[in-house]
Design a protein around this ligand. Structure first.
Ligand SMILES: NC(=O)c1ccc[n+]([C@@H]2O[C@H](COP(=O)([O-])OP(=O)(O)OC[C@H]3O[C@@H](n4cnc5c(N)ncnc54)[C@H](OP(=O)(O)O)[C@@H]3O)[C@@H](O)[C@H]2O)c1
Length: 280
């Protein structure tokens, strides 16, 4: 019988890479998307997965920033897949912005999506796996911003750090049931082409910055969704059966020297090495 995996935010980016890889590994899949655009991408992915890998594949709309939605998705996945061996919490928004420039609504949105939904989904999956004696896996997709400080990411970086810390306790609490819980922390991953970014209304400066970012990275390339998906596949496999409570950083060493992820600006207000801006 195929193993069963639930993935949040599987419609595109890193999540889509994870869906594809797990389907290739022979998992039946249930994943989420949130937007109208995501619906189109999700439907195309379901079709691709069913045709290419002959596994079950379901997609569900879920606004995971809303209370109750994460748990509901995990329950739905468990019933429709008739089991749950793996939960990958990935859906999130990389809102890297100074907290001084965020309104409270955005702050609450990010806390609920990038932190709360992970914990609630993992809590539900742990309960289901424990009650049903499934020696399953839970994986959080965090970020290398969770392991060291960068300017302008009090909230995003803080939430990602919280996930890395929280998974350690999930690992302890669920270990007696044979359930493993781990984090994967990606560095800069190219999830959109320049053209796709343009279509989404991203400004030319930002696109140019991203196009040139690889030059500043130790391995001199951006990461890909496949880089992260390969790690998910390994962590969920029996080859990793003694790995739990770990955080696997996959960033091509980007976070080691602490180099800025953004190109230094010429603007006098920015100090060159890390884009510090005088606010007052
Ligand atoms: N890309 C990177 O460089 C990078 C680096 C480190 C960590 N990460 C982390 O990796 C994860 C995936 O990032 P990504 O770059 O692959 O993002 P992405 O391409 O923008 O995809 C995000 C996924 O999350 C879903 N999503 C967005 N808002 C949601 C909401 N309110 N409720 C439910 N689902 C929602 C999206 O669905 P729709 O498309 O339908 O909205 C999509 O499926 C995130 O947790 C991110 O923080 C990314």
């Amino acid at each position: 019988m195929n193993k069963k995996a639930a993935i949040t935010g599987g419609s595109r980016g890193i999540g889509r890479g994870i869906v594809r890889r797990l389907a290739k590994d022979g998992y039946d899949i249930s994943f989420t998307y949130s937007s109208e655009r995501g619906k189109v991408q999700a439907e195309a992915l379901v079709k691709e997965i069913k045709e290419q890998y002959q596994v079950k594949c379901f997609a569900h709309q879920a606004a995971l920033n809303e209370k109750g939605e994460a748990e509901k998705f995990v329950q739905k996945a468990y019933y429709e897949l008739e089991g749950l061996d793996l939960l990958v919490c990935n859906a999130g928004q990389s809102l890297v912005n100074s907290i001084y420039e965020m309104d409270e609504k955005t702050i609450d949105f990010l806390i609920n999506l990038d932190f709360r939904s992970y914990l609630m989904a993992a809590r539900e999956a742990g309960r289901i796996m424990g009650e049903n004696k499934i020696k399953g896996n839970i994986i959080f997709i965090s970020s290398c911003r969770g392991i060291r400080a960068y300017p302008y990411d009090e909230l995003y970086g803080g939430l990602k750090a919280g996930l890395i810390r929280s998974i350690q306790t999930f690992a302890l609490d669920l270990a007696p049931y044979g359930i493993r819980a781990n984090c994967i922390s990606p560095g800069p991953i190219r999830v959109r082409t320049s053209e796709e970014m343009r279509e989404e209304g991203v400004c030319e400066q930002e696109i140019e910055d991203l196009d040139n970012l690889w030059k500043q990275l130790p391995l001199e390339r951006m990461g890909t969704p496949e880089d992260i998906a390969n790690a998910v596949s390994f962590i969920a496999s029996d080859q990793a059966s003694y790995i739990t409570g770990a955080n696997l950083v996959i960033d091509g060493a980007a976070s080691l020297p602490g180099i800025p992820e953004n190109r230094p600006k010429d603007d006098e207000e920015f100090k060159v090495w890390c884009n510090f801006k005088r606010r007052w």
